[in-house]
Design a protein. Structure first.
Lengths: 556, 307, 315
C-alpha cells in the first residue's frame, strides 16, 4: 500500500484489509440462517485513527478499509470458488477499444447514502481530483503514469481538463490511457478511482471527510458515527444497489492503539477477529474454542535499502556483501518467530500475473542462487579493496537507520547489529527515527542504509518492480538507476502477452540484484488472522476488495 | 487582593507568550517532515501546494507572526497538518473533556486516599500501619503504569470479563483507568503528607498545645493537618495539567480518546499546529492552577501575605 | 528602711575570713557531651536506625552486583543466541533469557548501571539545583520570586519531548550524558517549586527573622537555616525522584528517545517485557524487582535520613 512504520502498523493493516473482504463461494447468496437481524453485526478494529474519510486526501490503510465498505469502486476483486475474479460493482460493464487505450465504463444505477443518483461525473470527479495538484492528493501515483496526461497534470504542466477522463453521459465514463496498460483494470478498485460527490466535497471544503456528517458514500455501508480516536460505527446502506446481498446490519470499528489491548479485546470476545505476528499469541489463540485461524502470505516485503550515493555503498560488491550476509532463515526464526517467511526476492509472493497466477511460482528468487554461489565476506573485502579502505572490516562503521522507535525496532536493531558484527565484522551504529525524521533523512540522502516495509499497491509485479526505475526512484530513495532496467520495465508495461511480461519482469528483477543490490530483501510478510467461527463468508485474500459486503454472522 | 490577582494575570499572559514563542521556534528547529504521514513521497507540485497552504514555505519568523496574528485577532490556531479538516481548537475542546473525566476523578480519589493513608502512617510512625501504608506507596511508584494497566486489563477484562478492555462512553470504561491513574497519586500524597505531618508535629506550637493538654485528636485536627497540607498544594499544579498531558500510556492501553494521544503524537508527527495547540492548553491550565493555588495558599496560611 | 538597716548591720557582722578565693573553674563552660557537628550527629543517628541501615546494605549489595554481575554471569549482555530464546530461569541462565536469547542476569545488572546512574545523578542534580533555586526565590520574594517562578513555569510548560529531541539532535547522540542533561534540564523545576512552597513558610519563622535582624548573609540563612529545615521534604523528593528518573528514561526508551542500544536500562528491559508479560512474566519480574528494591531501599534510607537530618528531631 505504502511505506509503513516497521512492525507497528502491520497488525491493523491486515485485519482491516482482511475484514475488508468477502464473497466466497456462492457470493453471499446464503441466508443468515434465519436467526434474526439481532446478531448481524461485526466488531472490527483499527489500530490508528484514520486521518480523513476523503478518498482523495487520505491514504492510510485504516481509511482504506473503511472506504472499501462505504464506497463503491468501479469493480471489486472477489474470491469465487477459490479464485479471484473481478466483479462488476460501481460499473455495470466495461469495454476497451482494440489496442486497450480507451476504456468505457457503464455506470450502474446506484444511490448515494443521501439518496442522490450516482453518475459518471462522480467517478470522473474523484479520478481527476486525485491527479489535480491543487487538491493535494497523495494517491496520484496510482494513476498518474497511466491516464492520458496524468503526469503532466500532476506536475502542473497541463490543466485538469486535458486529462484522459471524460463523462460521455450520466451513466458512461470514458478513460483514455497514455499507452496500452495490461493491468489497468486492477487499478479500478484503488482509491484513486473512487467516486466523490463534487457538491458535497465543495460544500464542506477542507472539512470534507473529517467527520461522519461531512461525508457521503455509495457503498454497502454508510458511516453512522465517528468518535475520533475511539470508534467508528457503520450501518447498512439501504440505498445501495445490491443491498439485498448485504447481510450485516452494523459494523463497529474500535480504534485501539495498543497491541496488547487488541489481543485482550479479542480474547474476551469484544472483537470478532484480530491479526497477530507474535508466536505467543498465536499459540494462545490456537487453543481457543470456536476460533478459526487463517494464515496467508501477503504481498508485502520487509527490506533494507542502501544509499548508492554514500561513499561505502557506492560499491556494488559491498552492497552485495551486505545483502548476502543476512541469514534470512535465522532472522525469520529469531526475530519473526517464523511468523514471516525468508525472502530471496523483491517481488513478493501472493502477487499474481493475470491468468498465470502467482508470479513467484513462475520465477525463482534471484538471491537463492546468488547466496549459494558467492561469499559475503569475500565480496566485502573485495569491495573494500576497490575503495582503498584496507582489509579490516572492524574499522568500518555503518549507520543503520530505522523508521520506528518502538521496543520492537530496538530489538530488531540489536539483532542486526550483532549479526553484521558476527558475519562481516563491521560495526553497525543504530539510528532510530520517528517516521517523520526518517522520511526526511532518507529523502535528502542523509543515510547509509535504512529499513522499511513496502506492500503492493495493486495486484501486479509492476507495482513492486517499477519502484526502481529512474522515474520512480524517489519512492525508495537509493539513488540507483539503470538504463537497461528502465527499458525492460517500460517494455513490460506495454506487453499484453502475460508470459512475455513475466519474462521481462524476471529479467528486470535479475538486473536489480546483479547490478543494483540497492535493496536487501529480508522477509516476505505473512498474516495470521484469528476469527470467531460465527463470522462467515470472509474473503481471505489480501488483495481482495470486496470488503465486508458478503460477510454474515451465524450462531454468535 | 484584586491588585495581586491583576498582577498575576499579567504575569500569566507573559508566561504564556514566552512559552508559545519558545515552543514555536523550538519545534521548527527539530528535524522532521510534517507531511511524512502521507507515507509516499508527494509529487513536487502537490508538496509545494501543501507547503503554501500551511505556510511552511515561509521562514519561521514569518510563520510565527502569522500564527500570532491569527491567534490574537481571531482566536484561531489553524487546522491540524496530520488530520485534514480538523480545527486544532475543536480537537482540544473535545479531547480535553474526555481526559478530564478519568483523570480528574483519579486525582480526587488519589488525593483523598493518599492523604488518609499519610495521616494513618504519620500517627503510627514505625508501627505496622505505617509499614503497610509505605509499602503501598512504594508499590504505587515502582510498578510502571503500563505494567499495572496491562495486568489489570488482563485480570478484569480477559479473565473475569467484568469490564470492557477498551472503549469510551460507559462508566465501566473509566474504572480501570481511574485505578491505574490514582495509584501514583496515592503514593505521592501518602508520602508527602506523612513527611509533612511529622515535620509539623515537631514544631513548638504543637508541643505547646500538647503541653496545655489539648487532646491528640484536636491537636491533629486543628494544627497538624492544615499545616501539613499546605506544601502539598504545590504538587497539585503539575498534577492538574498532568491529567491532560501525562495520561498517554493509560489512554492508549484503555482506548480513551483523550488529549494525551495528541500531546505525544503531534510531536512525533510534527503536526505543528497541534503541538502549539496542546502546548497552549497545557501551559494555560498550568499557570491558571498555579495562580489558584497561590491564592489559596495565601488565604490559608496567615504567615504568607499577599503584598 | 528598717530592713536595709538590718542588712547593713548583718554585713558588718560577717568577718572577712569567712571568704576564700576559689579561682576560675575553666571547665565550667565546656559542654558536658562531646561537641559534634550537624552532619556527624546525623550520621550517628542514622546508624542507630536499623531499618535504614538494612536499606543501606541492600543498596550496597545491589551496587556490588551492578558492578560485578555482568562478569559473574559468564555471558556477554548483548550476545544473541537463537537457540536459547525466551528460556525461563534455569541453571545456565539464572534469570532466564529474553526474546533474542540474551542472558537476563547479565542484562539486568548491565542495565542497572545506566538506571542507577541516571536515577541517582539525575535526582541529586535536580534536587541541588532545585533547592537552591527555590530557596533563593522564596527568600528574596517579591520581584525576584516572581521572575524566577515565571521561568520555572515556562520551562515546565514547553513540551518536554521537544526539548529531549532537540538535545539529542544538537549533541547527535543518545548517550548516558545526553539522557542526564535532557532529564535534568527541566527535572529540577518540580523540586524548586516544592522547596519554595516550604520555604515561604519558614521565612516568617522567628529564628529566620532573628538571623535576618542580626545581619546574617542571605545565602548563609538559606544554607544554614532554611535548607536544613526543608531537608525532610527534599529527601522525600529525592527518593521519589530516583525511580522517577528511572521511569522517565524508560518512557523515553518507549518512545525511542532513550538510551541507545546495545546499552540498556531497567526501564527499557521492563517496557520490552511488557508486551509478552503474560507469557514470560520473569522477563518483567527481574528488572521490575530491581527497580522496586532500589526504590524501596532509597525510600527507607530516605526516611532514616530525614529523621537523622531534621534538627527538630534531635535528641
Amino acid at each position: 500500500m505504502k511505506k509503513k512504520l516497521v512492525a507497528s502498523l502491520l497488525v491493523a493493516v491486515m485485519t482491516l484489509s482482511l475484514s475488508a473482504c468477502g464473497g466466497k463461494g456462492d457470493g453471499g447468496s446464503k441466508s443468515s440462517g434465519g436467526s434474526g437481524g439481532g446478531e448481524q453485526y461485526y466488531n472490527g478494529y483499527l489500530q490508528t485513527e484514520p486521518s480523513t474519510l476523503d478518498s482523495i486526501k487520505g491514504n492510510d490503510n485504516y481509511s482504506r478499509g473503511l472506504l472499501i465498505n462505504t464506497m463503491e469502486p468501479l469493480t471489486r476483486l472477489v474470491e469465487k470458488d477459490g479464485e479471484q475474479v473481478r466483479e462488476a460493482a460501481g460499473a455495470e460493464s466495461w469495454e476497451s477499444n482494440e489496442d486497450g487505450t480507451v476504456w468505457t465504463f457503464k455506470i450502474r444505477d446506484n444511490k448515494w447514502s443521501d439518496g442522490q443518483e450516482v453518475t459518471a461525473a462522480d467517478y470522473a470527479y474523484g479520478i481527476t481530483q486525485t491527479l489535480n495538484p491543487d487538491a493535494g492528493s497523495p494517491n496520484s501515483f496510482f494513476t498518474s503514469s497511466f491516464i492520458k496526461n496524468g503526469s503532466k497534470v500532476v506536475n502542473g504542466e497541463a490543466s485538469v481538463d486535458e486529462l484522459g477522463v471524460k463523462v460521455i453521459d450520466d451513466k458512461t465514463l470514458e478513460i483514455t490511457l497514455e499507452a496500452p496498460t495490461p493491468y489497468f483494470m486492477s487499478l479500478t478498485d484503488t482509491r484513486a478511482c473512487y467516486p466523490v460527490r463534487q457538491d458535497i466535497a465543495e460544500k464542506y471544503g477542507e472539512t470534507y471527510g473529517s467527520e461522519a456528517e461531512n461525508f457521503v458514500g455509495n457503498g454497502p455501508f454508510k458511516i453512522e458515527s465517528w468518535v475520533h480516536n475511539s470508534e467508528i460505527k457503520l450501518v447498512k446502506n439501504e440505498n445501495y444497489w445490491d443491498a439485498e446481498n448485504v447481510k450485516l446490519d452494523r459494523i463497529n470499528y474500535a480504534i485501539i492503539n495498543d497491541e496488547t489491548a487488541v489481543f485482550n479485546s479479542f480474547d474476551s470476545g469484544q472483537l470478532d477477529s484480530c491479526s497477530t505476528g507474535t508466536e505467543e499469541w498465536v499459540n494462545r489463540f490456537d487453543k481457543k474454542e470456536g476460533v478459526d485461524r487463517v494464515d496467508a502470505v501477503i504481498p508485502s516485503m520487509r527490506f533494507d535499502f542502501f544509499n548508492v550515493n554514500d561513499e561505502l555503498f557506492s560499491n556494488l560488491n559491498i552492497r552485495k556483501a551486505f545483502v548476502l550476509a543476512v541469514d534470512r532463515e535465522d532472522m525469520a526464526k529469531t526475530i519473526y518467530q517464523d511468523m514471516h517467511i525468508p525472502a530471496y526476492w523483491w517481488v513478493p509472493q501472493a502477487v499474481s500475473t493475470g491468468e498465470l497466477g502467482d508470479y513467484r511460482e513462475q520465477v525463482e528468487g534471484p538471491l537463492e542462487k546468488m547466496a549459494k554461489e558467492e561469499d559475503a565476506k569475500e565480496l566485502l573485502l573485495k569491495g573494500m579493496d576497490e575503495l582503498g579502505l584496507g582489509s579490516d572490516p572492524s574499522k568500518l562503521t555503518v549507520k543503520y537507520s530505522m523508521s520506528a522507535t518502538t521496543q520492537w525496532a530496538r530489538n530488531y536493531g540489536e539483532y542486526v547489529q550483532q549479526k553484521y558484527k558476527e558475519i562481516l565484522g563491521v560495526n553497525i551504529e543504530l539510528d532510530f527515527n520517528e517516521w517523520t525524521t526518517f522520511q526526511q533523512k532518507t529523502n535528502s540522502g542523509e543515510y547509509q542504509m535504512g529499513n522499511m516495509i513496502w506492500s503492493t499497491d495493486y495486484d501486479d509485479p509492476m507495482s513492486m518492480i517499477s519502484l526502481f526505475t529512474t522515474e520512480n526512484s524517489s519512492n525508495i530513495p537509493t539513488g540507483w538507476s539503470n538504463e537497461e532496467f528502465d527499458a525492460l520495465i517500460d517494455q513490460a508495461g506495454k506487453e499484453m502477452d502475460e508470459t512475455k511480461r513475466v519474462e521481462l519482469y524476471a529479467q528486470a528483477e535479475q538486473i536489480l540484484f546483479d547490478e543494483g543490490c540497492n535493496i536487501c530483501p529480508l522477509v516476505n510478510e505473512m498474516q495470521h488472522v484469528f476469527r470467531y467461527s460465527y463470522v462467515k463468508n470472509v474473503d481471505e485474500k489480501f488483495t481482495s476488495t470486496s470488503g465486508l459486503k458478503y460477510v454474515y454472522i451465524e450462531g454468535r | 487582593m484584586a491588585k495581586f490577582i491583576a498582577k498575576r494575570i499579567g504575569y500569566m499572559l507573559l508566561t504564556l507568550f514566552i512559552v508559545i514563542t519558545a515552543t514555536f521556534f523550538l519545534m521548527h528547529s527539530i528535524p522532521g517532515d510534517p507531511l511524512a504521514h502521507m507515507a509516499r513521497n508527494l509529487p513536487e507540485q502537490t508538496r509545494e501546494n501543501y507547503y503554501e497552504k500551511y505556510g511552511l514555505d515561509k521562514s519561521t519568523p514569518e510563520q510565527y507572526v502569522i500564527f500570532m496574528k491569527n491567534l490574537l485577532t481571531k482566536g484561531e490556531m489553524g487546522e491540524s497538518l496530520r488530520y485534514p479538516g480538523r480545527e486544532v481548537t475543536d480537537t482540544l475542546m473535545t479531547n480535553s473533556a474526555v481526559s478530564a473525566k478519568p483523570g480528574g476523578l483519579a486525582l480526587v480519589v488519589g488525593i483523598v486516599i493518599g492523604i488518609l493513608l499519610g495521616i494513618v502512617a504519620a500517627l503510627n510512625k514505625n508501627k505496622w500501619p505505617d509499614y503497610i501504608v509505605m509499602f503501598i506507596a512504594i508499590l504505587g511508584i515502582t510498578v510502571p503504569v503500563f505494567v499495572l494497566a496491562s495486568v489489570l486489563q488482563y485480570i478484569f477484562s480477559v479473565k473475569l470479563m467484568v469490564l470492557p478492555t477498551t472503549g469510551w462512553g460507559s462508566w465501566k470504561n473509566v474504572v480501570l483507568p481511574i485505578i491505574v491513574l490514582s495509584f501514583g497519586t496515592i503514593a505521592t500524597y501518602a508520602r508527602y503528607v506523612k513527611s509533612n505531618m511529622l515535620d509539623v508535629m515537631g514544631q513548638d506550637y504543637i508541643l505547646t498545645a500538647e503541653a496545655k493538654g489539648v487532646s491528640r485528636f484536636n491537636v491533629v485536627k486543628k494544627h497538624v493537618l492544615k499545616n501539613a497540607f499546605l506544601p502539598c498544594m504545590t504538587l497539585l499544579v503539575g498534577q492538574v495539567s498532568g491529567i491532560f498531558t501525562g495520561s498517554f500510556v493509560v489512554e492508549k492501553i484503555f482506548g480513551i480518546p483523550g488529549l494525551g494521544f495528541y500531546y505525544i503524537n503531534s510531536i512525533n508527527d510534527r503536526d505543528y499546529t497541534m503541538i502549539i495547540g496542546t502546548t497552549i492548553f497545557a501551559a494555560a491550565l498550568f499557570v491558571f492552577v498555579q495562580l489558584v493555588v497561590d491564592i489559596a495558599y495565601s488565604l490559608m496560611d496567615p504567615r504568607i501575605r499577599v503584598k | 528602711m528598717l530592713v536595709n538597716h538590718n542588712v547593713t548591720e548583718m554585713m558588718e557582722d560577717i568577718p572577712d575570713e569567712m571568704f576564700k578565693i576559689v579561682g576560675i573553674d575553666k571547665d565550667a563552660e565546656a559542654p558536658s557531651r562531646p561537641r559534634i557537628g550537624y552532619w556527624r550527629d546525623a550520621w550517628r543517628r542514622l546508624r542507630e536506625n536499623k531499618v535504614a541501615f538494612v536499606a543501606l546494605i541492600i543498596l550496597l549489595i545491589l551496587i556490588f552486583f551492578i558492578i560485578f554481575g555482568p562478569a559473574i554471569s559468564g555471558y556477554e549482555f548483548e550476545q544473541i543466541d537463537s537457540d536459547a530464546i525466551n528460556k525461563g530461569p534455569c541453571a545456565e541462565h539464572w534469570f532466564g533469557t529474553d526474546d533474542l536469547g540474551r542472558d537476563l542476569f547479565a542484562r539486568v545488572w548491565q542495565a542497572g548501571r545506566v538506571s542507577i546512574i541516571i536515577g541517582i545523578l539525575g535526582a541529586v542534580i535536580a534536587s541541588v539545583v532545585g533547592s537552591i533555586y527555590g530557596g533563593i526565590a522564596a527568600y528574596f520574594g517579591g520581584v525576584v520570586d516572581d521572575i524566577m517562578m515565571r521561568i520555572v513555569e515556562v520551562l515546565l510548560s514547553i513540551p518536554y519531548l521537544i526539548i529531549v529531541i532537540l538535545i539529542s539532535v544538537i549533541t547527535d547522540s543518545k548517550s548516558l550524558g545526553t539522557m542526564l542533561v535532557a532529564l535534568t534540564l527541566t527535572g529540577w523545576c518540580g523540586i524548586a517549586r516544592l522547596v519554595r512552597g516550604q520555604m515561604l513558610q519558614l521565612k516568617s519563622q522567628e529564628y529566620v527573622l532573628a538571623a535576618n535582624a542580626l545581619g546574617v548573609a542571605p545565602i548563609k540563612i538559606i544554607l544554614k537555616h532554611m535548607i536544613p529545615n526543608t531537608i525532610g521534604m527534599i529527601i522525600v523528593a529525592i527518593t521519589f525522584d530516583i525511580p522517577g528518573y528511572i521511569f522517565s528514561e524508560a518512557f523515553l526508551s518507549y518512545v525511542g528517545l532513550g538510551i541507545q542500544p546495545p546499552s540498556t536500562s531497567w526501564g527499557a528491559l521492563a517496557s520490552a517485557a511488557q508486551q509478552n508479560f503474560m507469557f514470560y512474566p520473569y522477563q518483567l519480574l527481574f528488572p521490575a524487582l530491581m527497580i522496586a528494591l532500589t526504590m524501596l531501599s532509597f525510600t527507607l534510607l530516605g526516611d532514616g535520613l530525614r529523621d537523622a537530618l531534621d534538627p527538630k528531631l534531635r535528641k
